[in-house]
Design a protein around this ligand. Structure first.
Ligand code: NOJ
Ligand code: CA
Length: 574
């Protein structure tokens, strides 16, 4: 990447609007609720917010099923509320990113309703229909069951890669693309900073529609084989970029699972379709790729390190990365990555520091800054998320007992991250004066914002200090813009070096409850930051306390050309 871009210096906070803050007591978070909490975000050091979909929607998938792109969901407020939020955020130098969901709409979108009503309507071309009395192929949707749903009263099926209330748009139709571009411009004109772009690698399909080899007990094959990252997708993405994003000083972060590292140059960097993409390879290290949640995979810290470093090195080759450990589709990072030490404050901090000083934009998901953990639900009836319910049924069909199926859902459910934000220890955690739409996390009386804000040693204070150090501290240039390179470490430690032509800082994070000793690359003897206590240096080695993170700076600069990295390469500094 040649020129610096304004968005490279942001710290992003992701808000799940339904669960962040309820201003009117109906139990559902809303836009006014977010506006009321802007000072909390400002105080934390946040510079940009990504809000999950807030558009009119029947909420079958909590807003990822849009029935009107230009209206706000009434439960979230009005367009005036959104404008007020953008303005109030602006006063605090916080930018607002919205979610752009353009692979599919809701089945309640007027375009789809018209397509169903009249097969000769021009809107019929806006979606993917196939005539016939049988399902056109054996593809399985992401949320379970066939991707094909029968049109009532006609010998015809429509395609949905996700839920059946989320029909896929037909990107082959140039007229449809024009309507989407017009809508994107309309939002950018409103002064939002940009978009997180949903499921964008799904927009191009394999137009042969051929069956794939079955890969589950249901006899179906995962639709990603024919619905995701298909050849020719770049034509649509390039057109969208030129027609919309390129015309504004906006930022775009694409949810782009499945992009091979060799193709990253098309997606990010100088010529990329987007500013950044999310790489999910390390987020999904606990489950087998492309299978259900019951296909658990044993993993070690070394596996996590290899995946994160492979991702960083691949992204660095072309552009900027979007670093996250949580989002609204993932379990809580504490439970997933720390397992039995999920409630050890120092372990939570070391995990935070490890990802925070990576190269790229840090994304913080609401509640992550409090160290929230997964919820444990005792019955499948307690889940709201459509994907959790499907995964439960799939696990049963694959031969799991109900207890096992529930266990896997508890570990992976998207509801873990979707519980209301705990603002305080009072009833419903100050999230609402009514009854929340989904149960609070059990630990909220102890783990809440009020108990942590301004409290020395709390996880919230740790995040705040870390943000300050990265954004405004003396090593800002190196920590923001420096290149990254993995360094050799023992099995439970993740370590890397950030460096520019003038500075070099090595970062270690110990994920074990034991003291460990790490070799220090030559000259890196000046401690600049640690998660607790002091950095203990003995000659050429650094002693890391249990779950301690330490940053050491190089005394004199001595940069050599970095070695090429693959997960198999030994971790050696040149
Ligand atoms: C990805 C979103 O993050 C997820 O929440 C949603 O269910 C699917 N895309 C479908 O839009
Ligand atoms: Ca509300």
């Amino acid at each position: 990447m040649v020129e610096r871009q304004w968005w490279q210096e942001e710290v992003v906070y992701q808000i799940y609007p339904k669960s962040f803050s309820d201003s009117n007591g109906d139990g559902i978070g809303d836009l006014k609720g977010i506006t009321e909490r802007l000072d909390y975000l400002k105080d934390l050091g946040i510079t940009m917010v990504w809000i999950c979909p807030i558009y009119q929607s029947p909420m079958d998938d909590n807003g990822y099923d849009i029935s009107d792109y230009k209206r706000i969901a009434p439960e979230y407020g009005t367009m005036e509320d959104l404008e007020e939020l953008v303005e109030e955020a602006g006063k605090r130098k916080i930018k607002i990113m919205l979610d752009l969901v353009i692979n599919h709409t809701s089945d309640e979108h007027p375009w789809f309703k018209e397509a169903l009503r009249d097969a000769d309507s021009p809107h019929h071309e806006d979606y993917i229909f196939k005539k016939g009395s049988r399902r056109p192929n054996n593809w399985r949707s992401v949320f379970g069951g066939s991707v094909w749903e029968k049109v009532p009263g006609r010998e015809e099926y429509y395609l949905h890669s996700f839920g059946k209330k989320q029909p896929d748009l037909n990107w082959e139709n140039a007229g449809l693309r024009e309507k989407l571009y017009e809508m994107i411009d309309w939002w950018l004109e409103k002064g939002i900073a940009g978009f997180r772009i949903d499921a964008i690698t799904f927009i191009k399909k394999d137009l042969t529609w051929r069956d794939r080899e079955a890969d589950g007990a249901d006899g179906l094959a995962q639709c990603t084989k024919g619905c995701r990252n298909q050849p020719g997708i770049g034509v649509f993405l390039q057109e969208m970029k030129e027609r919309t994003f390129d015309r504004y000083p906006c930022v775009t972060v694409a949810e782009a699972p499945g992009v091979p590292y060799e193709e990253l140059g098309e997606y990010i960097g100088e010529k990329g379709y987007f500013s950044m993409i999310f790489d999910f390879r390390y987020a999904d290290l606990d489950i087998a790729s492309g299978s259900g949640w019951s296909k658990r995979v044993p993993w070690t810290i070394k596996d996590l390190r290899d995946k994160i470093m492979a991702s960083q090195m691949a992204l660095q080759k072309w552009g900027w990365s979007a670093n996250f450990i949580e989002n609204h589709d993932q379990p809580r990072a504490t439970t997933k990555y720390l397992r039995e030490s999920q409630q050890e404050p120092e372990a939570v901090k070391t995990l935070a520091a490890m990802y925070f000083f990576l190269r790229g934009l840090p994304f913080i998901y609401q509640g992550q800054e409090l160290g929230m953990v997964n919820a444990k639900r005792d019955s499948i009836q307690e889940f709201n998320d459509i994907s959790s319910i499907d995964q439960y049924e799939r696990s049963l069909a694959e031969g799991c007992t109900p207890e096992e199926a529930l266990h896997y859902v508890n570990l992976r459910s998207r509801d873990n991250a979707r519980v209301p934000f705990p603002w305080e220890d009072g009833q419903y955690g100050g999230f609402t004066t009514g009854k929340p739409w989904i149960a609070m996390a059990e630990e909220y009386p102890a783990v809440n914002a009020k108990a942590q804000v301004g409290v020395e040693g709390s996880i919230h204070t740790f995040y705040k200090e870390m943000i300050y150090f990265r954004q405004k501290g003396p090593y800002r240039e190196c920590l923001l813009y420096g290149r990254i390179q993995p360094i050799e470490s023992s099995a439970d430690v993740i370590a890397y070096r950030r460096y520019t032509d003038k500075e070099s800082i090595c970062c270690w994070s110990n994920f074990s409850g034991q003291t460990v000793r790490e070799p220090v690359p030559k000259g890196h003897t000046e401690p600049v930051w640690q998660s607790y206590g002091k950095a203990v240096l003995q000659g050429e080695s650094l002693e890391l306390g249990p779950y301690q993170s330490v940053l050491l700076k190089q005394q004199e600069i001595r940069i050599k050309k970095p070695v090429a990295f693959s997960p198999q390469t030994p971790y050696n500094l040149p």
